[in-house]
Design a protein around this ligand. Structure first.
Ligand code: IFM
Length: 488
């Protein structure tokens, strides 16, 4: 046993002994034997920074996010809010994944890992477009394909079940040149989500290929991670909290991108089921707790209803019920059978409470409910909100997983953050919400998109120079909950 593991084990034993000698818990909130406790990561955020692997292999240089965070011209534009931190400061999970999964499975005692497949890793160069799923065999990078087989085997070897996200923000450069589109959306040719006629068939074909290749190893699939974050930070309101490529402000395009993602989810769902019929396939929206900025203002109360509808419900209404409300006025004008029922679970990412301030006018002509401004950051800690958003999701009468929840503020994090969030979750379950699992974001400190390594969410802190992993208090608290399966 390594010295680090020994000290973790000792800490776990000590915390158990303290609890027992204190006479046990005054109240216990039990999550039950079948509840999955896991941790979440995403490839682009954890892969880079390998201690000995060549950087060209370790980093995913064929991805639009690689271009976004490393291009000197993009970094030099203040409006892009890019940290410019080198990817070599990342945690190096591409090389260290097996040790990381040991930390998750053995040290923390988790039962599941949420990870992503990177499209640009498997298909770094453009395959002939429009072909069959089988045609993709000729274009796949065989080293990346074999690496993913080893990766999923490692998760299972450490006693965990993989939940695999097919698209966690990143797109291959051959389908999205975020820099060219940032500079001029009208003339760029690799337009990503702005060219649904290319993107949707190709992302569905990629999803089908993954289900055919990895279906034996993976039973839980998520199609898209946080589609609304891409809409907001890529096409509507890129800002300090998050800028996604292409980082433009074009509300009408943003709404079109949202509908492209609704369509893409449905087609990816069908594609995965075609090759992996027994799989459970869901979508991972980021849901926000919402309140009026001024609780006494009727206008702000109405703005809060509009924000809740647009941010939390429009996408789910379409993906679950096939309800299409094209002008976002609160009334669906169309129900599409080819969208409805494409959801075996809802994966909820929860980080924030937003306040809605009424503008008194709509930001976009023809979209009457876009008459609010969301005040607050992506990470306003509000534990009760987790109960609110899982209850909202459970209202769709589909099983729910909390697929991400976490903090980068680690001051007294174990008690301050985790416990009240899990209490809110447990209360929602006691109230009847069908919640199947909770994934802490994140297992290890990760490259937090435009922020680089300056926001650190890990249960394990990562030293950017040595790549050492050190258990944080929040990880210790989480291990205890996962082991006892209840809050004491
Ligand atoms: O790091 C991100 C993740 O990629 C998506 N959800 C929010 C996390 C923290 O900001």
């Amino acid at each position: 046993m390594s010295p680090q593991l020994r000290s973790v084990a000792a800490a776990l034993l000590l915390s158990t002994a303290c609890r027992d000698s204190a006479g046990g818990a005054s109240s216990s909130q039990d999550f039950g034997d079948d509840f999955l406790f896991g941790a979440a990561i995403a490839g682009f955020q954890v892969d880079p920074g390998c201690p000995s692997l060549d950087a060209a292999i370790c980093e995913d240089r064929a991805s639009d996010w690689y271009q976004w965070v490393t291009d000197p011209e993009l970094i030099a534009q203040p409006g892009n809010h890019l940290s410019g931190q080198p990817l070599s400061d990342g945690p190096g999970h591409r090389e260290l994944y097996d040790a990381d999964f040991r930390l998750a499975g053995e040290t923390l005692g988790l039962g599941a890992m949420r990870v992503s497949i990177e499209w640009s890793r498997l298909f770094p160069t453009e395959p002939p477009l429009g072909g069959t799923v089988e045609d993709l065999d000729a274009s796949v990078d065989p080293v990346a394909r074999d690496w993913y087989h080893q990766y999923f085997a490692s998760i299972r070897r450490h006693g965990m079940e993989p939940m695999v996200t097919l698209n966690h923000y990143t797109l291959p450069l051959w389908i999205h040149d975020g820099k060219a589109c940032h500079q001029d959306m009208d003339s760029c040719t690799r337009r990503g989500w702005a060219a649904p006629e290319v993107l949707i068939p190709e992302i569905s074909r990629y999803a089908a290929w993954c289900a055919r290749e990895f279906g034996e190893e993976v039973d839980l699939w998520a199609t898209l991670n946080e589609p609304f974050a891409i809409v907001l930070s890529g096409y509507m309101l890129p800002g300090e909290d998050r800028t996604n490529p292409p980082g433009v402000t074009d509300p009408e395009l943003a709404i079109a991108v949202m509908w492209a993602q609704v369509e893409a989810h449905a087609r990816m769902y069908d594609a995965v089921h075609q090759y992996d019929p027994v799989a459970s396939v869901g979508l991972v929206p980021n849901l926000a707790a919402v309140r009026p900025d001024d609780p006494d203002s009727e206008a702000d109360q109405e703005a809060a209803e509009h924000l809740d509808y647009v941010y939390n419900r429009v996408f789910l209404n379409a993906a679950v019920h096939g309800a299409v409300d094209a002008n976002l006025d609160g009334v669906a004008e169309l129900t599409r059978d080819d969208l409805a029922g494409r959801m075996d679970f809802i994966g909820v990412n929860y980080y924030t409470q937003l306040s809605a301030r009424s503008l008194g006018f709509s930001l976009v002509d023809g979209y009457p409910l876009l008459d609010f401004f969301p005040v607050g950051s992506f990470w306003n800690e509000y534990p009760a909100g987790l109960g609110e958003v899982v209850t909202l999701a459970a209202g769709y009468e589909i099983p729910v997983y909390v697929t991400e929840n976490g903090t980068s503020d680690h001051a007294e994090a174990g008690d301050r953050f985790l416990r009240p969030h899990l209490e809110a979750l447990s209360d929602a379950m006691a109230g009847g919400a069908d919640i199947r699992g909770y994934f802490l974001w994140s297992l290890i400190d990760n490259y937090e998109w435009n922020h680089g390594m300056s926001l650190r969410f890990g249960a394990f802190a990562v030293d950017p120079s040595t790549k050492d992993r050190t258990l944080r208090e929040i990880g210790l608290s989480y291990a205890e909950v996962a082991r006892t399966r209840r809050l004491q």
